[in-house]
Design a protein around this ligand. Sequence first.
Ligand code: 13P
Length: 253
Amino acid sequence: MSRLPFMAGNWKMNKTIDEAVDLVRQLKASLSGVTGVEVAVGPPFTALHAVCRELQGSPIGVAAQNLFWEEKGAFTGEVSPAMLKDAGCDYVIVGHSERRQYFGETDETVNRRLKAALVHGLKPIFCVGETLRERDEEKTFAVIQRQLEGGLKDLESKEFISVVLAYEPVWAIGTGKTATPEQAEEVHRFIRERLAKMYSSDVADAIRIQYGGSVTPENVRGLMAQPDIDGALVGGASLKSDSFTKIVRFKEI
Ligand code: 13P
């Protein structure tokens, strides 16, 4: 089974509207003609509409960084799936460890967000990953399994097939401490095996699993050489056109 590599940038809480538009203008130019890889950028909410407009007609997709599950109403500070569609988004990141760590995200709320995204035709990038403590206590697989089963509860194959997984070990995020290709592959393989049990081996084979955590132009090739690593969810290195372009063009490095 060949899966199309998928490189996505998670800009987190960075960039004004002007800076965001400037970055995607540069990316449109530097990535023109790239084939055999899917690309998306993840600006903050305030820049989504401007970035989507700038990328109209371009193959670069746009991901929001979160969403709320209700359609509308008295939910101060929240953004609905329909609002993200209206802004022009294709993807939405769900369950990022920073949301779990700082904003009380649980497997149950991740599950509600995933379902709401799918109902509205947004493709979720569903993040899982263990903390350093959990890894040290040899709980990595148990944690990942719990996150998968909780996050994907009651999601059928036909819905799940639009989901992209991202394995992001919390200890590797923003630390410069990337998982080795072997460490990452071990967990990616485990995720695919669990998905085969939860769905089917065909579904598990078709699902893309990105790696995230200190991905750089220097380490991307080694990670992408692993059989179960299908792309990257890139934080810091996606904020500059030069480094993100190199990551997307990893085959040419
Ligand atoms: P860094 O690439 O900055 O480590 O961030 C990874 C990440 O959290 C992407 O979602």
